[in-house]
Design a protein around this ligand. Structure first.
Ligand SMILES: NC(=O)C1=CN([C@@H]2O[C@H](COP(=O)(O)OP(=O)(O)OC[C@H]3O[C@@H](n4cnc5c(N)ncnc54)[C@H](O)[C@@H]3O)[C@@H](O)[C@H]2O)C=CC1
Ligand SMILES: N[C@@H](CC=O)C(=O)O
Length: 843
């Protein structure tokens, strides 16, 4: 970069003068503290502690004004000059604020500092009065006033350090730093500044210096300021003049982030970057450091560290570090409030000098061009300008090309307002194929239309102009494309009941391992209950997630829920339905058609009306999304997967028979006539084995649903009504509201006791069995001989026997616990992992 060439010689000479008399090997470090680090007395104490804790031999600290003071001073000057506002009262409160901070910091020793501040504020009042008389904001007075905040701030900090016994000198930069204001900004007179500083040092040999940022003197010795971000620039200038080996810029963030965290919650802090990357990022959006600030540091190769005053142990971001991590894209930035100007016409093709005329016209109109793009057809030149410049740009171009517009050689000078530019920046993209592809693929997935593109031959920045309305979505999508795993899965859970809660705990426990070992990045970003909806951007659930979901939720709204889960910036989305709701199941076709995967233990879809089942299958096919429901039969057991494997490998199902209800298995395993059957039902409910309404188990409906799911898996168009079902629910309980069921359920006890006694007398046991074969589908309570496999189950064990063409005389058996929140959640989780594997996770 040119600054190396232009600046390094005068700077090296200035450094030589500035470090005169300092022993070789002395380590000097420069620090700069912004207004956010100096908001109140507590902040000054924090800054003093940071300075005292540093290990360097010599220290130069450059300070901004207290937070908000520079803006207040500018407003004061303008109000006084224009005769508006109560500027006297405002000046009074500024004085009070500084006196109060001095009193707080220095206590009994505050007298001299307060007297000094008082005198300085009296000078300010005189200046304001002069402006009020003049009636216009005379530049010299304005610059003198604007810089006072830094002078007060440096005085406060140095007085505090001295009061704490830490030796230091205060340097008013207006005494030594000589600058000129030119068309390209402020230029430092390095030679003059270095000589003045050396003279000042003769009278101030202290190892620690507190200097004013932002202010300087002009060639005639009049006070002036360095412009916006001037304090950072002062930091870099004094780092150079004092011979510092490093510049620390202390602010209120942990360093430079990969993107604006207000728009991209997943933005990550960057440990290191080159000066060039920092310049590119700073230009748009990343306001941590201004490129001009870096010029002296770049010329001398000084590392600049961005650090957090409020977390001083955080390493921050090192700009210009010897080694920066090899990442193709280091950061993304966004500029808003722009417009596209497109000069288009067949008459431009192959005509030398057209581009020169376009840019000359824009220069004459005083328009700075943000981005340029021209296709190789030369049919149009398009550039991006700031929204406030667009009318000047249009009329300037219209005047410059008036003749060509009149005779049709130029067809149009078109302006599109409401444009943003997204820039992907990184030294590492040079020579690396695929970076642009990744950026544009991410934007495409988020359905962002790209209006114009620019990439220079340095290959350090790809800039994309797009509609402002798409900007935030584009930024998040691009960020996900570079920083998130391609297997990042936005998870939304419906029904945080027994199974849902267990599932979330399992995900929380496994997520870090899965991300590390398989790249599957599960982010639970939304949880919907029947009454509340909770959403989160990042999807990293805290330990007290249940409390937050219950406390912080909004009203349940499945449309909002699905929209949040289906975040365009995340590569994949899945809805996990852990409710038992038919209304929720009816939403699956829409979700699947939109590309949202669905995983569920809810049987209402798989065993729902055939029309819904078919619509779900068709939608999944059309949307490319997957519907997985292993836990609907046998909870965590591989019942459906086993059947699929049999069928997919060409086998043929002859019959399926089994005990498919964990609840009924447990009830009849436990029941021995010594206690009422209804008491055991209540216990099964409390253990989380039953359906939300236990009548679904006792009526055989739950078992019938499972049989329908298996039949459909085997290709049969079975409806629930086609299953012959024996219900155990007494007629008196069937139509009661759910809350009334527990009290009424004793009505079941007598019948079960009688049937149990009869079976026992015959040397048999009662089992609720399901069977599907060529003669049809039926579920009911049967007496099973004591030597049969079905008689020897434990607890909630399910057993499924597949008789197939291959497994004809000796059926294939799947057996194990078939109900309970943990095993069911594990079955759902296994489906999620299978989905992850299909999306490319290394599972
Ligand atoms: N518990 C078990 O052993 C097994 C359960 N299943 C199935 O898992 C699902 C959940 O079962 P559990 O957790 O035991 O039931 P649960 O009653 O404990 O939880 C269901 C949750 O869904 C919520 N919910 C109901 N309707 C909703 C709606 N429209 N929108 C949002 N949330 C709604 C309820 O408020 C509740 O939080 C059911 O479909 C069940 O059939 C499947 C296999 C085994
Ligand atoms: N209530 C059901 C739960 C699983 O589907 C059962 O008991 O099997």
């Amino acid at each position: 970069m040119s600054p190396h060439v232009n600046l390094s010689a005068p700077l090296a000479a200035a450094r030589h003068i500035g470090t005169r008399g300092i022993p070789a090997g002395t380590r000097t470090v420069a620090h700069k503290f912004g207004g956010s680090s100096l908001a109140d007395a507590g902040c000054y104490r924090g800054v003093a502690a940071i300075l005292r804790d540093q290990a360097e031999d010599r220290q130069i600290a450059v300070v901004s004004a207290m937070q908000g003071v520079t803006d207040a001073l500018i407003a004061l000057a303008q109000d006084a000059a224009s005769g508006t506002g109560d500027w006297r009262a405002a000046a009074g409160s500024l004085r009070e604020r500084h006196l109060a901070v001095a009193g707080d910091l220095l206590g009994g020793q505050a007298g001299p500092t307060q007297a000094w501040l008082d005198a300085s504020h009296a000078g300010l009042a005189d200046l304001l009065q002069a402006l009020a008389v003049l009636g216009f904001p005379a530049r010299e007075a304005l610059e003198r006033i604007q810089g006072l905040g830094e002078v007060w701030s440096a005085r406060l900090l140095s007085a505090l350090l001295v009061a704490q016994g830490a030796e230091c000198a205060m340097l008013d930069a207006r005494e030594v730093l000589t600058v000129r204001h030119g068309e390209l900004g402020v230029a430092v007179d390095w030679d003059d500044s270095a000589r003045r500083l050396a003279d000042w040092r003769d009278g101030h040999p202290q190892a620690r210096v507190i200097a004013t940022g932002f202010v300087a003197r002009d060639a005639d010795g009049r006070p002036t300021v360095l412009g916006r971000n001037g304090s950072d620039y002062s930091g870099a200038i004094f780092a150079a003049l004092f011979g510092a080996c490093e510049l620390n810029i202390w602010t209120d963030v942990d360093g430079v982030l990969s993107a604006d965290p207000r728009l991209v919650p997943e933005a990550v802090p960057l440990a290191a970057m080159s000066y060039e990357e920092a310049c590119e990022l700073a230009y748009f959006g990343a306001k941590v450091i201004h490129p001009q600030t870096m010029l002296p540091a770049m010329a001398l190769g000084l590392p600049i560290r961005i650090r957090n005053t409020f977390r001083p142990n955080h390493p921050g971001t090192c700009i210009g570090a010897a080694e920066t991590p090899p990442m193709p894209v280091k950061g993304l930035s966004l500029a808003d409030n722009l417009a596209l100007v497109n000069v288009e016409g067949a008459g431009m093709i192959g005509v030398p000098g057209t581009a020169e005329r376009v840019f000359a016209a824009l220069r004459s109109a005083g328009v700075s061009v943000v981005m340029i793009s021209q296709g190789s057809s030369e049919h149009s030149i398009c550039c991006v300008v700031r929204a406030g410049d667009v009318e000047r740009a249009r009329s300037g171009l219209a005047a410059a090309f008036a003749a060509e517009l009149a005779d049709g050689q130029i067809q149009d000078i078109a302006v599109t307002a409401g444009i943003s530019v997204l820039a992907a920046v990184g030294d590492g993209m040079a020579g690396m194929p695929g970076v642009a592809a990744r950026l544009f693929a991410s934007l495409g997935r988020a359905r962002v239309n790209v209006r114009a593109i620019a990439q220079g031959a340095s290959e350090r920045n790809i800039s994309v102009a797009l509609a402002g309305a798409d900007a935030a979505r584009a930024l998040r999508a691009a960020h996900a494309g570079f920083w998130l795993s391609p297997q990042a899965l936005s998870v939304g859970l419906i029904g945080p009941g027994n199974v849902g809660r267990a599932l979330i705990e399992q995900i929380r426990e496994a997520a870090p391992r899965l991300q590390r070992d398989t790249r599957l990045d599960l982010r639970v970003r939304a949880i919907a209950g029947s009454r509340q909806l909770w959403t989160d951007e990042r999807g990293e659930l805290p330990a007290d997630w249940q409390r937050r979901v219950a406390a912080g939720g909004e009203a349940a709204d499945l449309d909002r829920f699905a929209a949040h889960v289906h975040a365009p910036h995340l590569p994949h989305a899945v809805i996990v339905d852990c409710s038992a709701s038919a209304a929720v199941a009816a939403r699956y076709p829409d979700w699947l058609a939109a590309g949202i995967h669905v995983v569920t233990p809810n049987k209402q879809a798989g065993a729902g009306p055939l029309a819904l089942y078919r619509a779900i299958r068709a939608a999944a096919e059309a949307g490319g999304a997957r519907w997985r429901y292993e836990a609907t039969v046998g909870a965590g057991l591989p019942v459906i997967q086993t059947l699929r494997d049999l069928l997919d490998t060409g086998d043929e199902l002859v019959a399926v028979e089994g005990i498919l209800s964990g609840t009924l298995a447990w009830l009849f395993n436990r029941y021995d006539g010594s206690q009422p059957f209804s008491a055991l039902v209540a216990e099964a409910h409390a253990l989380g084995y039953t359906e939300p309404d236990p009548r679904d188990d006792l009526s055989g409906l739950d078992v019938a649903r499972k049989l329908v799911i298996l039949a459909r898996e085997a290709g049969q168009a079975l409806e629930l009504a086609d299953v012959a079902v024996e219900s155990l629910v007494p007629a008196a309980v069937r139509d009661l509201p759910r809350e009334a069921v527990p009290a009424a359920l004793a009505a079941i006890d007598e019948d079960i006791a009688r049937r149990h006694a009869r079976a026992r007398a015959a040397g048999k046991v009662l089992r609720y069995v399901a069977r599907l074969d060529r003669s049809g589908a039926r579920v009911g309570l049967v007496e099973v001989a004591g030597d049969q496999a079905f008689a020897h189950l434990r607890l909630t064990d399910n057993i499924v026997q597949y008789t197939t063409r291959r497994y004809a005389s000796n059926p294939l058996i799947v057996q194990g616990p078939g109900a309970g929140p943990d095993v069911t959640a594990a079955g759902v989780f296994a489906d999620l992992l299978r989905l992850g594997a299909a999306l490319g996770a290394r599972l």
